[in-house]
Design a protein around this ligand. Structure first.
Ligand SMILES: [Zn+2]
Length: 392
Protein backbone atom coordinates (compact mmCIF):
# COMPACT_ATOMS: atom_id res chain seq x y z
CA UNK A 1 0.00 0.00 0.00
CA UNK A 2 1.30 3.42 -0.82
CA UNK A 3 0.47 6.21 1.53
CA UNK A 4 0.62 9.75 0.36
CA UNK A 5 2.26 11.71 3.13
CA UNK A 6 2.14 15.47 2.89
CA UNK A 7 5.64 16.64 2.06
CA UNK A 8 6.83 18.78 4.94
CA UNK A 9 7.95 22.38 4.99
CA UNK A 10 7.12 24.65 2.08
CA UNK A 11 5.45 21.77 0.19
CA UNK A 12 2.74 21.21 2.81
CA UNK A 13 -0.03 23.03 0.93
CA UNK A 14 0.76 21.53 -2.46
CA UNK A 15 -1.64 18.67 -1.90
CA UNK A 16 -2.17 15.62 -4.08
CA UNK A 17 0.97 16.29 -6.16
CA UNK A 18 3.59 13.84 -4.90
CA UNK A 19 5.28 13.45 -8.29
CA UNK A 20 5.58 17.18 -8.92
CA UNK A 21 6.88 17.77 -5.40
CA UNK A 22 9.49 15.03 -5.86
CA UNK A 23 10.68 16.60 -9.12
CA UNK A 24 10.96 20.06 -7.60
CA UNK A 25 12.66 18.78 -4.45
CA UNK A 26 15.22 16.95 -6.55
CA UNK A 27 15.92 20.09 -8.55
CA UNK A 28 16.42 22.06 -5.34
CA UNK A 29 18.69 19.50 -3.70
CA UNK A 30 20.77 18.49 -6.69
CA UNK A 31 21.13 22.08 -7.81
CA UNK A 32 22.83 22.68 -11.11
CA UNK A 33 22.37 19.21 -12.64
CA UNK A 34 18.65 18.92 -12.06
CA UNK A 35 18.00 22.64 -12.22
CA UNK A 36 16.77 24.71 -15.12
CA UNK A 37 16.65 28.49 -15.49
CA UNK A 38 13.13 28.48 -16.83
CA UNK A 39 10.22 26.31 -15.78
CA UNK A 40 6.71 26.08 -17.11
CA UNK A 41 4.29 24.88 -14.44
CA UNK A 42 0.97 23.75 -15.88
CA UNK A 43 -2.16 22.19 -14.44
CA UNK A 44 -5.95 22.51 -14.50
CA UNK A 45 -7.48 25.59 -12.82
CA UNK A 46 -7.47 25.21 -9.06
CA UNK A 47 -4.77 22.50 -8.99
CA UNK A 48 -2.23 24.77 -7.29
CA UNK A 49 0.06 26.16 -10.01
CA UNK A 50 0.95 29.42 -8.31
CA UNK A 51 1.20 27.60 -5.00
CA UNK A 52 3.74 25.23 -6.57
CA UNK A 53 5.73 28.16 -7.99
CA UNK A 54 5.92 29.87 -4.61
CA UNK A 55 6.87 26.71 -2.77
CA UNK A 56 9.59 26.01 -5.33
CA UNK A 57 10.88 29.58 -5.08
CA UNK A 58 10.97 29.33 -1.28
CA UNK A 59 12.83 26.01 -1.38
CA UNK A 60 15.36 27.46 -3.84
CA UNK A 61 16.07 30.38 -1.53
CA UNK A 62 16.10 28.33 1.66
CA UNK A 63 19.49 27.16 3.01
CA UNK A 64 17.71 23.97 4.15
CA UNK A 65 15.91 23.23 0.86
CA UNK A 66 12.51 24.44 2.01
CA UNK A 67 12.11 23.78 5.74
CA UNK A 68 9.18 26.22 5.78
CA UNK A 69 10.35 27.90 8.97
CA UNK A 70 13.31 30.16 8.09
CA UNK A 71 13.06 33.79 7.03
CA UNK A 72 13.65 32.91 3.34
CA UNK A 73 10.80 30.39 3.30
CA UNK A 74 8.34 32.54 5.18
CA UNK A 75 9.00 35.74 3.25
CA UNK A 76 8.82 33.93 -0.11
CA UNK A 77 5.51 32.27 0.74
CA UNK A 78 4.05 35.57 1.93
CA UNK A 79 5.27 37.34 -1.21
CA UNK A 80 7.78 39.58 0.59
CA UNK A 81 11.17 38.06 -0.33
CA UNK A 82 13.38 40.74 -1.92
CA UNK A 83 14.77 38.28 -4.50
CA UNK A 84 11.44 36.77 -5.51
CA UNK A 85 9.26 38.85 -7.80
CA UNK A 86 5.68 37.66 -8.27
CA UNK A 87 3.67 38.95 -11.19
CA UNK A 88 0.02 38.36 -10.40
CA UNK A 89 -2.56 40.06 -12.50
CA UNK A 90 -6.29 40.60 -12.49
CA UNK A 91 -5.91 42.04 -15.97
CA UNK A 92 -6.63 40.17 -19.16
CA UNK A 93 -3.18 40.63 -20.62
CA UNK A 94 0.42 41.18 -19.58
CA UNK A 95 2.05 43.82 -21.74
CA UNK A 96 5.60 44.34 -22.96
CA UNK A 97 6.30 47.16 -20.46
CA UNK A 98 5.56 44.92 -17.50
CA UNK A 99 7.79 42.21 -18.93
CA UNK A 100 10.65 44.66 -19.56
CA UNK A 101 10.51 45.64 -15.92
CA UNK A 102 10.72 41.98 -14.91
CA UNK A 103 13.67 41.45 -17.25
CA UNK A 104 15.40 44.38 -15.60
CA UNK A 105 14.89 42.77 -12.18
CA UNK A 106 15.98 39.39 -13.53
CA UNK A 107 19.31 40.84 -14.60
CA UNK A 108 20.21 41.80 -11.03
CA UNK A 109 22.31 39.62 -8.77
CA UNK A 110 20.31 38.26 -5.85
CA UNK A 111 20.64 40.50 -2.79
CA UNK A 112 20.04 38.18 0.14
CA UNK A 113 18.88 34.93 -1.45
CA UNK A 114 20.60 32.26 -3.52
CA UNK A 115 18.68 33.06 -6.71
CA UNK A 116 16.92 35.94 -8.40
CA UNK A 117 13.48 34.42 -9.06
CA UNK A 118 10.71 35.78 -11.22
CA UNK A 119 7.26 34.16 -11.11
CA UNK A 120 4.69 34.95 -13.82
CA UNK A 121 1.42 33.46 -12.56
CA UNK A 122 -0.58 33.83 -15.77
CA UNK A 123 1.96 33.38 -18.53
CA UNK A 124 -0.93 32.50 -20.86
CA UNK A 125 -1.89 36.19 -20.76
CA UNK A 126 1.39 37.49 -22.22
CA UNK A 127 0.80 39.57 -25.33
CA UNK A 128 2.88 38.57 -28.36
CA UNK A 129 5.33 41.49 -27.97
CA UNK A 130 5.65 40.66 -24.26
CA UNK A 131 6.32 37.01 -25.07
CA UNK A 132 8.98 38.02 -27.61
CA UNK A 133 10.73 40.18 -25.06
CA UNK A 134 10.58 37.39 -22.50
CA UNK A 135 11.94 34.89 -24.99
CA UNK A 136 15.19 36.83 -25.36
CA UNK A 137 15.53 36.99 -21.57
CA UNK A 138 15.06 33.28 -20.94
CA UNK A 139 17.38 32.32 -23.80
CA UNK A 140 20.43 33.67 -22.00
CA UNK A 141 19.61 34.17 -18.36
CA UNK A 142 22.20 35.29 -15.79
CA UNK A 143 23.64 32.33 -13.86
CA UNK A 144 21.54 32.77 -10.75
CA UNK A 145 18.26 33.82 -12.31
CA UNK A 146 15.24 31.49 -12.42
CA UNK A 147 11.99 32.14 -14.31
CA UNK A 148 8.87 30.30 -13.18
CA UNK A 149 5.96 30.56 -15.61
CA UNK A 150 2.48 29.23 -14.82
CA UNK A 151 -0.29 28.47 -17.32
CA UNK A 152 -3.22 26.03 -17.66
CA UNK A 153 -1.57 23.96 -20.41
CA UNK A 154 1.71 24.13 -22.38
CA UNK A 155 -0.33 25.06 -25.46
CA UNK A 156 -1.31 28.33 -23.78
CA UNK A 157 2.26 29.59 -24.11
CA UNK A 158 4.13 30.37 -27.35
CA UNK A 159 5.95 27.32 -28.62
CA UNK A 160 9.25 29.24 -28.70
CA UNK A 161 8.92 29.95 -24.99
CA UNK A 162 7.76 26.55 -23.87
CA UNK A 163 10.50 24.81 -25.82
CA UNK A 164 13.03 26.63 -23.64
CA UNK A 165 11.33 25.74 -20.37
CA UNK A 166 11.50 22.60 -18.31
CA UNK A 167 7.91 21.44 -17.95
CA UNK A 168 6.19 20.41 -14.77
CA UNK A 169 2.55 19.37 -14.87
CA UNK A 170 0.18 19.19 -11.92
CA UNK A 171 -2.79 16.84 -11.86
CA UNK A 172 -6.28 17.43 -10.51
CA UNK A 173 -5.82 16.76 -6.79
CA UNK A 174 -7.94 13.95 -5.30
CA UNK A 175 -10.90 14.89 -3.09
CA UNK A 176 -9.33 13.52 0.06
CA UNK A 177 -6.22 15.66 -0.38
CA UNK A 178 -8.30 18.81 -0.98
CA UNK A 179 -10.45 18.08 2.09
CA UNK A 180 -7.37 17.51 4.23
CA UNK A 181 -6.00 20.90 3.14
CA UNK A 182 -9.26 22.70 3.95
CA UNK A 183 -9.27 21.17 7.43
CA UNK A 184 -5.61 21.84 8.16
CA UNK A 185 -5.09 25.22 6.52
CA UNK A 186 -8.50 26.88 6.70
CA UNK A 187 -9.89 25.29 9.87
CA UNK A 188 -12.96 23.91 8.07
CA UNK A 189 -14.81 21.14 9.90
CA UNK A 190 -14.30 17.65 8.38
CA UNK A 191 -17.81 17.11 7.02
CA UNK A 192 -18.01 20.53 5.31
CA UNK A 193 -14.49 19.97 3.95
CA UNK A 194 -15.44 16.58 2.53
CA UNK A 195 -18.57 18.03 0.92
CA UNK A 196 -16.72 21.04 -0.56
CA UNK A 197 -13.85 18.93 -1.92
CA UNK A 198 -16.26 16.53 -3.61
CA UNK A 199 -18.47 19.29 -5.00
CA UNK A 200 -15.53 21.30 -6.36
CA UNK A 201 -14.21 18.29 -8.31
CA UNK A 202 -10.56 19.01 -7.60
CA UNK A 203 -10.56 22.82 -7.82
CA UNK A 204 -8.94 23.94 -4.55
CA UNK A 205 -10.05 27.59 -4.70
CA UNK A 206 -13.60 26.59 -5.59
CA UNK A 207 -13.63 24.07 -2.71
CA UNK A 208 -12.47 26.76 -0.31
CA UNK A 209 -15.18 29.15 -1.53
CA UNK A 210 -17.85 26.47 -1.17
CA UNK A 211 -16.64 25.60 2.32
CA UNK A 212 -16.48 29.18 3.58
CA UNK A 213 -19.16 31.00 1.68
CA UNK A 214 -22.82 30.23 2.15
CA UNK A 215 -23.86 32.25 -0.90
CA UNK A 216 -21.62 30.07 -3.09
CA UNK A 217 -23.23 26.95 -1.61
CA UNK A 218 -26.70 28.38 -2.24
CA UNK A 219 -25.87 29.21 -5.86
CA UNK A 220 -24.61 25.69 -6.36
CA UNK A 221 -27.72 24.24 -4.75
CA UNK A 222 -29.91 26.31 -7.08
CA UNK A 223 -28.04 25.01 -10.14
CA UNK A 224 -28.55 21.38 -9.05
CA UNK A 225 -32.30 21.99 -8.77
CA UNK A 226 -32.52 22.99 -12.42
CA UNK A 227 -32.63 19.56 -14.13
CA UNK A 228 -35.61 18.48 -12.01
CA UNK A 229 -37.55 21.61 -12.89
CA UNK A 230 -37.35 21.62 -16.67
CA UNK A 231 -40.93 20.64 -17.47
CA UNK A 232 -41.86 22.73 -20.47
CA UNK A 233 -40.47 25.41 -22.77
CA UNK A 234 -41.38 28.17 -20.31
CA UNK A 235 -39.48 26.60 -17.42
CA UNK A 236 -36.46 26.00 -19.68
CA UNK A 237 -36.33 29.63 -20.78
CA UNK A 238 -36.82 30.79 -17.18
CA UNK A 239 -34.00 28.61 -15.93
CA UNK A 240 -31.67 30.00 -18.61
CA UNK A 241 -32.55 33.59 -17.77
CA UNK A 242 -32.17 33.00 -14.07
CA UNK A 243 -28.74 31.41 -14.49
CA UNK A 244 -27.44 34.24 -16.64
CA UNK A 245 -28.85 36.93 -14.33
CA UNK A 246 -27.40 35.41 -11.18
CA UNK A 247 -24.05 34.99 -12.96
CA UNK A 248 -24.13 38.68 -13.86
CA UNK A 249 -24.99 39.70 -10.30
CA UNK A 250 -22.18 37.69 -8.80
CA UNK A 251 -19.67 38.98 -11.37
CA UNK A 252 -20.79 42.57 -10.71
CA UNK A 253 -20.33 42.07 -7.00
CA UNK A 254 -16.80 40.76 -7.53
CA UNK A 255 -15.73 43.41 -10.02
CA UNK A 256 -17.16 46.53 -8.35
CA UNK A 257 -14.58 46.72 -5.58
CA UNK A 258 -11.69 45.69 -7.84
CA UNK A 259 -12.61 48.34 -10.45
CA UNK A 260 -12.78 51.11 -7.88
CA UNK A 261 -9.44 50.18 -6.35
CA UNK A 262 -7.68 50.08 -9.73
CA UNK A 263 -9.16 53.42 -10.74
CA UNK A 264 -8.10 55.09 -7.51
CA UNK A 265 -4.55 53.71 -7.87
CA UNK A 266 -4.30 54.93 -11.47
CA UNK A 267 -5.66 58.37 -10.61
CA UNK A 268 -3.09 58.73 -7.86
CA UNK A 269 -0.30 57.62 -10.19
CA UNK A 270 -1.44 60.11 -12.85
CA UNK A 271 -1.80 62.96 -10.37
CA UNK A 272 -5.48 63.46 -11.21
CA UNK A 273 -7.01 66.06 -8.93
CA UNK A 274 -3.70 67.69 -8.02
CA UNK A 275 -3.18 71.34 -8.92
CA UNK A 276 -0.92 72.55 -11.69
CA UNK A 277 -1.52 69.67 -14.10
CA UNK A 278 -0.72 70.75 -17.67
CA UNK A 279 -3.34 70.20 -20.41
CA UNK A 280 -1.05 67.70 -22.15
CA UNK A 281 -0.71 65.64 -18.95
CA UNK A 282 -4.44 65.83 -18.40
CA UNK A 283 -5.12 64.46 -21.89
CA UNK A 284 -2.69 61.59 -21.28
CA UNK A 285 -4.39 60.85 -17.95
CA UNK A 286 -7.82 60.80 -19.58
CA UNK A 287 -6.55 58.42 -22.22
CA UNK A 288 -5.08 56.06 -19.59
CA UNK A 289 -8.31 56.10 -17.59
CA UNK A 290 -10.32 55.34 -20.70
CA UNK A 291 -8.06 52.38 -21.47
CA UNK A 292 -8.53 51.10 -17.93
CA UNK A 293 -12.30 51.40 -18.24
CA UNK A 294 -12.28 49.42 -21.47
CA UNK A 295 -10.18 46.70 -19.94
CA UNK A 296 -12.44 46.56 -16.89
CA UNK A 297 -15.44 46.19 -19.15
CA UNK A 298 -13.83 43.24 -20.92
CA UNK A 299 -12.91 41.69 -17.61
CA UNK A 300 -16.50 42.04 -16.36
CA UNK A 301 -17.68 40.12 -19.42
CA UNK A 302 -15.12 37.43 -18.75
CA UNK A 303 -16.17 37.15 -15.11
CA UNK A 304 -19.77 36.58 -16.12
CA UNK A 305 -18.52 33.79 -18.37
CA UNK A 306 -16.49 32.35 -15.46
CA UNK A 307 -19.61 32.30 -13.29
CA UNK A 308 -21.59 30.53 -16.00
CA UNK A 309 -18.74 28.10 -16.38
CA UNK A 310 -19.01 27.18 -12.69
CA UNK A 311 -22.71 26.49 -13.18
CA UNK A 312 -21.98 24.36 -16.25
CA UNK A 313 -19.37 22.41 -14.28
CA UNK A 314 -22.01 21.67 -11.63
CA UNK A 315 -24.42 20.50 -14.32
CA UNK A 316 -21.80 18.28 -15.91
CA UNK A 317 -21.23 16.67 -12.50
CA UNK A 318 -24.97 16.19 -12.07
CA UNK A 319 -25.41 14.37 -15.40
CA UNK A 320 -22.25 12.37 -14.80
CA UNK A 321 -23.98 11.17 -11.60
CA UNK A 322 -27.14 10.33 -13.56
CA UNK A 323 -25.05 8.33 -15.99
CA UNK A 324 -23.26 6.41 -13.26
CA UNK A 325 -26.64 5.58 -11.69
CA UNK A 326 -27.89 4.34 -15.08
CA UNK A 327 -24.93 2.10 -15.77
CA UNK A 328 -24.67 1.10 -12.08
CA UNK A 329 -21.08 2.28 -11.89
CA UNK A 330 -19.49 1.72 -8.50
CA UNK A 331 -18.34 5.32 -8.09
CA UNK A 332 -19.47 7.73 -5.39
CA UNK A 333 -21.87 10.46 -6.50
CA UNK A 334 -20.40 13.97 -6.83
CA UNK A 335 -23.76 15.37 -5.77
CA UNK A 336 -24.80 12.95 -3.06
CA UNK A 337 -27.22 15.58 -1.67
CA UNK A 338 -29.22 15.47 -4.92
CA UNK A 339 -29.35 11.66 -4.96
CA UNK A 340 -33.13 11.54 -5.15
CA UNK A 341 -33.41 13.75 -8.25
CA UNK A 342 -30.51 11.88 -9.81
CA UNK A 343 -32.08 8.47 -9.26
CA UNK A 344 -35.47 9.63 -10.52
CA UNK A 345 -33.97 11.07 -13.69
CA UNK A 346 -31.77 8.00 -14.17
CA UNK A 347 -34.88 5.77 -14.20
CA UNK A 348 -36.79 7.95 -16.60
CA UNK A 349 -34.16 8.33 -19.33
CA UNK A 350 -31.44 6.28 -20.99
CA UNK A 351 -27.64 6.48 -20.85
CA UNK A 352 -27.70 7.66 -24.49
CA UNK A 353 -29.92 10.59 -23.58
CA UNK A 354 -27.74 11.44 -20.59
CA UNK A 355 -24.67 11.43 -22.81
CA UNK A 356 -26.48 13.76 -25.19
CA UNK A 357 -27.14 16.11 -22.23
CA UNK A 358 -23.45 16.07 -21.26
CA UNK A 359 -22.52 16.80 -24.89
CA UNK A 360 -24.96 19.71 -24.93
CA UNK A 361 -23.38 21.16 -21.76
CA UNK A 362 -19.92 20.92 -23.28
CA UNK A 363 -21.21 22.55 -26.45
CA UNK A 364 -22.72 25.37 -24.38
CA UNK A 365 -19.35 25.91 -22.67
CA UNK A 366 -17.61 26.08 -26.02
CA UNK A 367 -20.25 28.50 -27.35
CA UNK A 368 -19.97 30.82 -24.36
CA UNK A 369 -16.17 30.68 -24.51
CA UNK A 370 -16.46 31.55 -28.22
CA UNK A 371 -18.47 34.68 -27.40
CA UNK A 372 -21.93 33.43 -28.36
CA UNK A 373 -24.55 35.47 -26.49
CA UNK A 374 -24.67 33.68 -23.09
CA UNK A 375 -28.46 33.84 -22.81
CA UNK A 376 -28.97 32.26 -26.24
CA UNK A 377 -26.43 29.54 -25.47
CA UNK A 378 -28.09 28.80 -22.11
CA UNK A 379 -31.57 28.73 -23.63
CA UNK A 380 -30.45 26.23 -26.25
CA UNK A 381 -28.91 24.11 -23.51
CA UNK A 382 -31.93 24.17 -21.23
CA UNK A 383 -34.24 23.17 -24.07
CA UNK A 384 -31.99 20.17 -24.76
CA UNK A 385 -31.77 19.23 -21.08
CA UNK A 386 -35.51 19.64 -20.74
CA UNK A 387 -36.13 17.24 -23.63
CA UNK A 388 -36.62 14.08 -21.49
CA UNK A 389 -39.20 15.85 -19.32
CA UNK A 390 -41.39 17.24 -22.01
CA UNK A 391 -44.45 15.35 -23.10
CA UNK A 392 -44.53 13.38 -19.86
ZN1 LIG B 1 13.67 27.75 4.86
Amino acid sequence: MTTETAAPGVWADLVGQPRAVATLQRAVIEGRHAMSHAWLITGPPGSGRSNAARAFAAALQCPNHGDGTCQHCRSTLSGAHPDVTLLQTERLSIGVDEVRELIQTASLRPGVGRYQIIVIEDADRLTDPAADALLKAIEEPPARTVWLLCAPTPDDVLVTIRSRCRKLSLRTPPDAAVAELLIRRDGIDPSTAAFAARAAQGHIGRARALARNEAARNRRHAVLQIPGRLRDIGSCLNAAEHLVESGKEEAARQTAELDARERAALETALGVGTTGVKPKQLAAAQKALKELEEEQKKRATRMVRDQLDFALTELTGFYRDVLSAQIAAEVPLINAEAAETITALARRTTPEKTLACIDAILQCRTDIEGAVNPLLAMEALMLTLGGPFRGR
